[in-house]
Design a protein around this ligand. Structure first.
Ligand SMILES: NC(=O)N[C@@H](O)C(=O)O
Ligand SMILES: [Mn+2]
Ligand SMILES: [Mn+2]
Length: 406
């Protein structure tokens, strides 16, 4: 238990925000330090370590029949701005702990067991999540390296080159999915369902998917005092209508959610009518048709708002994923293990996406939840108890044992 706490507290120190929560953006110094710490844990477990050109890290426990398709287990180590200590990290610590336990039991896997640290699950830097798993499955296009841009206006290509990585080789490296027998991720639930239902294990059957849009509304920068209201082309009231539209359209369905998490007013001065407003719009649902219809309606209504106000705007879809069902046969295996361990569980959807969403496109994939206190996540108050993590590790360990022994 102390070891688990120690790893979580150590990783939480690798942050760019000293005060509130954990901020660990991909390809930053704190990201590299966290990954170096995790690599050290892999070395201590005698795993064979390698890294690919997008920054995914692999720790391989070679099986007695290494040519067989491998069992993969892992998660991500990056964190959003002012996030928590547990998102992603719990899945990595659990994976390494499971291997430590299996080795201490003298277990020898038949196929390889591979621990994977995905390069970047959070969309924080480039506006789209799961860059590592997308690259791994050959789902990044050449043009993405130049169209995915961070807040300093550096493209993914430039950032990779700065980090001595070769974007060209990223495209060559994509994985052959038949090399993977299955992938499993343990993750905090980031919602309050398990706590409310007094369950400690969540067996995920479907993962909701996001459509991530960047909307830029262009106005006319003018003096706040001397410009009459009827002569203004102010993008801020227009943005306000869009924010309320996101809420209105997603509230109409019980399974959809919509968020404007980022809104930047430029130049952002109290006595200047804004030149432009940039908004992030994140729409999700476990039902693709519902999500698509919301996005279409939103696009139509935004067009009407801008026409009414005589404003130019740019609507860019940064990412558009579809929801994904988890592997049913392996979900039943995990369910039997959980029942054998007499742990209260619930089969449930995931509102958050994960690298598991992307991996499930081409590989048999499962996602196991442990509870989040009061459902809080992506916030400094994020918390999961060591006991709950340990219960998750028990299920994961048994699952890896069963999967890698035949
Ligand atoms: N699991 C998790 O927090 N994923 C997020 O990046 C998300 O936006 O869903
Ligand atoms: Mn997250
Ligand atoms: Mn996560």
């Amino acid at each position: 238990m102390k070891r688990i706490d120690g790893h979580i507290e150590t990783l939480a120190q690798y942050t760019s925000t000293i005060d509130k929560g954990v901020t660990r953006i991909v390809y930053t110094e704190e990201d590299k330090k966290a990954k170096a710490y995790l690599k050290k844990l892999m070395e201590e477990l005698s795993l064979a370590i390698h890294e690919d050109q997008i920054g995914n890290i692999f720790g391989v426990w070679e099986g007695s029949a290494p040519n067989l398709p491998q069992v993969w287990v892992g998660s991500h180590s990056d964190a959003p701005t002012n996030g928590g200590k547990f998102d992603g990290v719990v899945g990595l610590i659990a994976a390494l702990e499971s291997i430590r336990i299996l080795k201490s039991q003298g277990f020898q896997p038949v196929c390889d067991i591979v621990v994977v640290i995905f390069a970047a699950e959070e969309p924080t830097r480039f506006g789209i999540g799961c860059i590592g798993s997308r690259a791994l499955l050959g789902m990044i296009k050449e043009s993405d390296f130049d169209s995915w841009v961070d807040e300093t206006n550096r493209t993914l290509r430039e950032v990779l080159l700065e980090n001595n990585k070769d974007p060209v080789r990223v495209l060559d490296e994509s994985l052959k999915p038949d090399r993977i027998k299955s992938f499993v991720e343990l993750h905090i639930e980031q919602a309050v369902v398990l706590e409310r239902e007094k369950a400690v294990i969540g067996l995920v059957d479907v993962i909701a998917a996001p459509t991530e849009i960047q909307l830029v509304i262009h106005g006319e920068q003018r003096h706040a005092g001397s410009t009459p209201m009827d002569l203004r082309k102010d993008p801020v009231p227009a943005a306000s209508e869009v924010v309320l539209l996101v809420e209105e359209l997603t509230k109409q369905n019980s399974t959809s959610v919509g968020t404007v998490g980022k809104m930047t007013i430029k130049p952002g001065t109290s006595n200047v009518i804004a030149e432009k407003v940039e908004l992030s719009i994140d729409i999700r649902d476990i039902n693709k048709e519902i999500k698509d219809s919301i996005v279409l309606k939103m696009k139509q209504e935004v067009s009407k708002i801008m026409a009414k106000r005589g404003l130019f705007y740019n609507w860019e879809v940064k990412g558009d994923d579809f929801p994904s069902k988890m592997d049913e046969a392996n979900l039943q295996v995990i369910q039997q293990i959980t029942e054998r361990l007499e742990l209260p569980y619930k089969v449930m959807p995931s509102g958050a996406y994960h690298d598991a969403l992307i991996m499930s496109r081409k590989v048999r994939t499962n996602l196991i939840f442990v509870p989040s206190k009061e459902g809080i996540s992506h916030a400094p108050e994020e918390f999961t108890s060591t006991e709950e993590i340990t219960s998750g590790i028990k299920v994961l360990t048994e699952f890896l044992k069963e999967l890698s022994y035949s």
